[in-house]
Design a binder for this molecule. Sequence first.
Ligand SMILES: Nc1ncnc2c1ncn2[C@@H]1O[C@H](COP(=O)(O)OP(=O)(O)OP(=O)(O)O)[C@@H](O)[C@H]1O
Length: 245
Amino acid sequence: MKIEHLNFKYKKGDRLVFDNLSFNLVQGKIHILLGRNGGGKSTLLDVLSGLLRVDAVILNPIPKNEILYQIQGVPILSTIKGKHLAELILCASGQYKSRDLSPEMCSELFNDHREWEKITYLWDQQYGKMSPGERRWLTIMLYCMLDKSLYLFDEPTAGVDPYSGMQIARFIRRLQEKKGKTVVYATHKIQDLNGFKDYRVLVLDEGKIVVNEDGQHWLQACKKEKGPFCKRIVALWENSSSNLI
Ligand SMILES: Nc1ncnc2c1ncn2[C@@H]1O[C@H](COP(=O)(O)OP(=O)(O)OP(=O)(O)O)[C@@H](O)[C@H]1O
């Protein structure tokens, strides 16, 4: 999928969010999308998902029903339980039958007994009583059980502890390693890169993708950029004692 010459401004906005932005996604890769607050990461995911129609050349578009989009802050009825959320996400896709749902069906995603204990606990827990991090862990785990061509995650580890964040990275990594899926992962946490082996880094700055390089070359590319955002990313990556963008 390739986007060329994307210019975009919200109707009620007073500035360009994208300024002749062009980039491509590489099939079967995890793309870590870094950018500042208000830089346009969520808007770009809206464009990729087809939620936002824009005037740009989109080559090899992926059909909407082949895209999974994890949007931030979707309101969910607080009284539904984990198992009902599983039904909502998995059965609505048509890929699972409600009678087949159980915590056991998630076990192929798990590495240790703690994850097993967590899903068993959350399965019968009301959504409103789960912590925000638990909600996110459960939702993303369920999303990773669906079979799609493109997965868009918007800050999947926001408000998640480092251990659960590592589990979320493993769920997402599995999509790529076992199924060859394409993923876009927007984040503010540069340390999230540590959860992946085979990835590309996209840096969105001043309305453009200024870096689009693989795991071996992104730092070099970032160093060539003059903008303060890229300089900050480089400094944080090279100084592991502080790693929040
Ligand atoms: N519906 C809207 N109408 C007008 N302006 C909007 C709308 N949605 C977003 N914006 C503006 O567009 C810009 C990009 O927003 P976006 O949510 O894509 O940024 P982001 O990079 O995801 O930010 P964050 O890192 O804080 O989540 C921001 O300046 C935001 O205020």
